[in-house]
Write a protein that binds this ligand. Structure first.
Ligand SMILES: *C/C=C(C)/C=C/C=C(C)/C=C/C1=C(C)CCCC1(C)C
Length: 255
């Protein structure tokens, strides 16, 4: 992908968002490690998976940040491509590891019956791989319209995406049906967080369809970064809150 010339403001916006994201991932991870023992042992795996997710993302954002710095140099009053390519693969490698883990940590808190659980995990994990492989092919195709490779792979990626969101929405809906009060509200919140954050990725992906190259580059980087903070660190906090509420309900007291 050709890197367009950016103004100092555009370049710095991406730079600062990447930096903000590293801090969010590292310190939410620290929080999850410290808070883990406050939930009952049977719910700890979800909090552990949250820690792993933000750890993997923190590492990749560190690499994306370095790649962004290396990909641009100042020329006059603007930033121009240095010749070192910007590595988009870090983002997709990150998602390939973290998206299945995010799916699993939520399913673990939904009390899915044991005989359905492994099948459901298998299907959703296969769907995430398909979603991301198609997404990567479109993202790196250099396409900018609905009818070229970006549009076509984006469409293919959306099919498994709809399946995953549908499964998670249904499982959370079933899990919250017999709950009330605080716990029900938390389940409802994570269902909304899921829809709004996951739904935001395909919208960001469409930026090159409607914007010039500089605006699209900035919107894609900033958009995915905001979505990742909400869908990993924010989601992890809600996962913790649900695990804690379930523990409290069952009378668990930290030793
Ligand atoms: C932590 C990272 C997360 C939760 C990433 C989620 C990514 C998606 C839901 C991406 C979806 C896409 C489409 C549905 C179509 C266009 C291509 C993608 C990969 C951006």
């Amino acid at each position: 992908m050709e890197l367009p010339m950016l103004t100092v403001g555009e370049y710095s916006l991406v730079y600062n968002m990447l930096s903000f994201c590293i801090a969010s991932m590292v310190f939410s991870g620290l929080f999850f490690i410290i808070a883990k023992d406050r939930v009952a042992p049977q719910y700890r795996m979800s909090v552990i998976l949250s820690t792993i997710v933000v750890g993997i993302a923190g590492y990749h954002y560190f690499r994306i940040f370095g790649s962004w710095e290396a990909a641009y140099v100042m020329e006059g009053a603007n930033y121009v491509a240095s010749g070192t390519p910007f590595n988009d693969a870090y983002r997709y490698m990150d998602w390939l590891l973290t998206v299945p883990l995010l799916v699993v940590e939520l399913l673990l808190l939904c009390s899915v019956a044991a005989e359905r659980k492994s099948g459901l995990i298998f299907n959703t994990v296969v769907a995430t791989v398909l979603m991301l492989v198609f997404g990567y092919l479109g993202e790196t195709s250099g396409g900018t319209s609905l009818t070229d490779a970006r549009g076509i792979f984006g469409f293919l990626s959306t099919l498994p995406f709809v399946y995953i969101v549908w499964v998670l929405w249904n499982e959370v809906t079933v899990a919250m049906a017999d709950k009330d009060g605080h716990l029900k509200i938390l389940y409802r919140n994570i269902r909304f967080l899921l829809i709004f954050t996951w739904g935001y990725y395909p919208i960001v992906y469409m930026a090159p369809f409607i914007m010039d190259a500089a605006a699209a580059t900035v919107n894609v980087q900033v958009g995915y970064t905001i979505a990742d903070v909400a869908a990993k660190a924010g989601y992890g906090c809600l996962i913790y809150a649900i695990a804690k509420a379930k523990s409290d309900e069952e009378g668990y007291a930290m030793a």
